[in-house]
Design a protein around this ligand. Structure first.
Ligand SMILES: Cc1ncc(C[n+]2csc(CCOP(=O)(O)OP(=O)(O)O)c2C)c(N)n1
Length: 329
């Protein structure tokens, strides 16, 4: 766990955060290649470009805290310290995956890491996390719940219901909307009225909008929200403004007739990529050398190759095991 200071990160902390983001990126680039090569069963939704949000929050949580994720959940799993071998095996549908290959890319849950579920049902994690936060409050164990969801999910009624009860009962929950600009193939502006962060206002809940591509800004906002939740001061709604660099789903080029965004827009956001920006910050502050950053990258490249190999050689689950209650096995 990081210290609770809001500034003055040590060299070690900065490099740890850099490693966490780069690890998500490189694992997902491998998954993207494998998906395009047709080696992965089912759809794959990549988190590339949004890494600062998962890392900014999850680096401050303990295994007793709860998170719920979405169909775009690999980043949250890895940011919580998830094992890349178990993740890749799960995505490949192999029995060595953390859900024994039954969940696949959209369901990378791991209770031991406090992940109540990634979820293909848009918005579902909002209510599940609110329930977990209520349980934590009743248990008095100081745990918090963090629900990650997209801007599309913010248009579901469940957000209003969850904000209402969370504020009423001062639940230790944080609602993190990752506004990546799109709900499937619809630009956010065509399906979302008003401002997402303002949706906390009628309930009197704390709310903050942050640059979701700036890791330090996200981390500081997360520190405030976690402190509020652990201190019994109730929920926070965070809108982290970021960008989905890849398609909604990796296979979309094969079935979409026309593009729903311009190449210029994508390039503009790639220039604001959170990972090179963070590397620059580290280098400019003299907190590491380029060679040290390259060593970290090399280390992760090796980890990814080993994870992919592990997934490829792992067996498929026996279909007869489909009704195993793997979450509690
Ligand atoms: C309840 C529900 N409605 C619709 C869908 C179909 N669907 C899958 S992903 C998606 C878009 C979600 O957009 P957003 O919440 O912004 O998340 P993002 O994909 O941008 O991460 C939709 C509508 C679904 N899976 N579940």
């Amino acid at each position: 766990m990081m210290n609770t200071q809001e500034t003055n990160f040590s060299d070690e902390q900065m490099l740890g955060l850099y490693r966490d983001m780069l690890r998500i990126r490189l694992v997902e680039e491998q998954i993207g290649k494998d998906a395009k090569a047709g080696n992965i069963p089912g759809p794959v939704h990549l988190y590339i470009g949004q890494e600062a949000v998962a890392v900014g929050f999850c680096s401050q949580l303990t295994d007793s805290d709860w998170i719920a994720s979405t169909h775009r959940g690999h980043g949250h799993y890895l940011a919580r310290g998830g094992d890349s071998k178990l993740l890749m095996a799960e995505i490949y549908g192999r029995e060595t995956g953390m859900c024994k290959g039954h969940g696949g890319s959209m369901h990378v849950a791991d209770f031991s890491k406090g992940i109540i579920g990634a979820n293909g049902i848009v918005g579902a994690g909002i209510s599940i996390t609110t329930g977990a936060a209520w349980a934590a409050q009743l248990d008095g164990n100081g745990a918090v719940g963090v629900a990650f969801f997209g801007d599309g999910a913010a248009n579901q009624g469940v957000l209003c219901e969850a904000l209402n009860v969370a504020m009423l009962w001062k639940l230790p929950v944080i609602f993190v909307c990752e506004n990546n600009g799109f709900s499937e193939f619809s630009p956010s502006s065509t399906v979302t009225a008003g401002s997402i962060v303002d949706r906390a206002k009628p309930y009197g809940a704390a709310h903050e909008a942050v640059d979701g591509n700036d890791l330090i800004e996200v981390w500081q906002c997360a520190a405030r929200a976690i402190k509020r939740a652990r201190g019994g001061d109730g929920p926070t709604l965070v809108e982290a403004r970021t960008y989905r660099q890849r398609g909604h789903v990796e296979a979309e080029a094969s079935f979409l007739g026309s593009s729903y965004r311009s190449d210029e827009e994508v390039e503009l956001w790639k220039a604001r990529d959170p990972i090179p920006a963070f590397a620059k910050r580290i280098l400019d502050a003299g907190q590491a050398t380029r060679a040290e950053l390259e060593l970290i990258e090399q280390d992760i490249v090796t980890e990814v190759a080993e994870a992919a190999e592990f997934a490829e050689v792992s067996p498929y689950p026996d279909p007869a095991s489909q009704d195993t209650n793997y979450m509690f096995a």
